[in-house]
Design a protein around this ligand. Structure first.
Ligand SMILES: *Cc1c(COP(=O)(O)O)cnc(C)c1O
Length: 405
């Protein structure tokens, strides 16, 4: 069976093994059932799929290329590195792949508005873009602290016509933005849909977002085979919630290809210094789904740290917890320092400034390359680094990257 894995996971209740499901307040149960029913129909609809294909080609600029990073590969002196260039997707990252599809779903359901939370603003900007395209209202909830920190993305959302609602309670960051957005959603169930930004949240979002992102892996598999006549030996992606990783893994999951999920190890292994959820977390329920979570002794979501704001999340998509448990995906990590090193390596040896999130995946791939010198490694370059340049230079200075002798 073609795509056997994708067709059989998750089960009809949204479980990947023991992870996933939908843990919802009673007022939302019916709404999520409606979304599930609508999606399961649209998933097989020729019209929906061909409209998505048209948008991807003519608006987003897909397919994005697969690129052989020959100069960097030669400098490292190991395996050949290839990048799937999601930085060249419209708006500069993979996130628009699921935002456009979520907006098309909302529109098909007769909704006129999308609501979401955003941390650093990347999901907010991608969603505001999709809303502008479809003529939907857009309401983005964001912690007051983040609004101050992420000024350029706040401005982008406003230019794109979105309403940015500050979350003013508690620590005034991502968690409070989620609370605030859900509260607003409860009052507008007739007209609005909540658009989740990764393969997380209650069923059907981990399934839908994975399906919407699978275009990354399906394209890459075909492109890689056309370029080299073979499949890559290894596929590497960074994991925050896990959407870009599930996207690229989807193309190779039924193949004899090693898959690696790279988590941010931040400043080190102490709780609070990293966001390496799969490696250091344990089972729990957060934001409406069961997965592996970084938790304090008391069982609350733990504080997390990463220089990449898109990876700064104490949970992870349930499908990653499952794939880790069954041993299909290897879980690895990269520290802040290794990540900055990779950031400069790609910039100076390939002329591509990568997002700090993607730089985690590249940092691990550069290590792996030395261990498997005859292999080919495909890395998902999930986004471009324009958003990170001021932070990197102010915090770490401009560095010159040189391969180890
Ligand atoms: C948001 C983001 C990520 C992390 O999100 P996932 O759902 O884990 O993919 C990774 N890379 C970039 C460029 C991002 O913007």
């Amino acid at each position: 069976m073609k795509h056997a894995y994708l067709k059989t996971q998750p089960d009809e209740k949204g479980y990947f093994g023991e992870y996933g499901g939908a843990f919802l307040p009673p007022q939302l149960v019916e709404e999520f059932e409606r979304i599930t029913e609508a999606y399961l129909k649209l998933r097989k609809s020729h019209e929906f799929l061909s409209e998505l294909r048209r948008i991807r080609k003519h608006y987003q600029g897909r397919p994005t290329p697969v690129y052989h990073a020959k100069r960097l590969s030669d400098a490292i002196g190991g395996a050949q590195l290839y990048f799937k260039r999601e930085d060249l997707n419209h708006t500069g990252a993979h996130k628009l792949n699921h935002c456009m599809a979520e907006a098309l779903l909302a529109k098909s359901m007769g909704k006129t508005k999308l609501i979401a939370e955003t941390g650093a603003g990347q999901h907010g900007v991608a969603l505001a873009t999709a809303c502008a395209y479809f003529g939907l209202e857009c309401e983005i909830h964001m912690g007051e602290v983040d609004i101050e920190k992420e000024h350029p993305n706040v401005v982008r959302m406003k230019i794109l016509g979105a309403k940015v609602v500050p979350a003013t309670h508690g620590l005034r960051t991502l968690k409070e933005a989620v609370d605030s957005a859900f509260e607003a959603y409860l009052g507008q169930l007739d007209t609005a849909m909540y658009a989740i930004g990764s393969v997380v949240g209650p069923h059907p979002f981990p399934l839908m977002v994975r399906d919407f992102q699978s275009v990354v892996g399906l394209e890459a598999r075909e492109q890689f085979e056309e370029m080299t006549g073979e499949l890559p030996d290894h596929v590497v992606a960074c994991v925050g919630g896990g959407s870009n990783a599930m996207g690229i893994f989807s193309g190779f999951i039924d193949d004899p290809v090693e898959l690696y999920a790279v988590e941010p190890l931040g400043k080190g292994t102490r709780l609070g210094d990293h966001a390496a959820t799969l490696e250091y977390g344990k089972e729990g329920v957060l934001h409406g789904f069961k997965s592996i979570l970084l938790q304090t002794e008391a069982g609350d979501p733990a504080p997390v740290h990463s220089i990449a704001s898109g990876l700064d999340y104490p949970g992870v998509g349930p499908e990653h917890a499952y794939l880790h448990d069954i041993g299909r995906v290897h879980v690895r990590s990269a520290t802040d320092e290794e990540t900055v090193d990779a950031f400069y390596a790609i910039s100076q040896y390939e002329g591509i400034i990568p997002a700090l999130e993607s730089s985690h995946a590249i940092a691990y791939a550069m290590k792996l390359a030395k261990d498997v010198p005859h292999d080919a490694i495909l890395v998902n370059l999930s986004g471009r680094g324009d958003k990170d340049i001021d932070y990197v230079v102010d915090t770490f200075g401009v560095r010159e990257w040189r391969p180890e002798a």
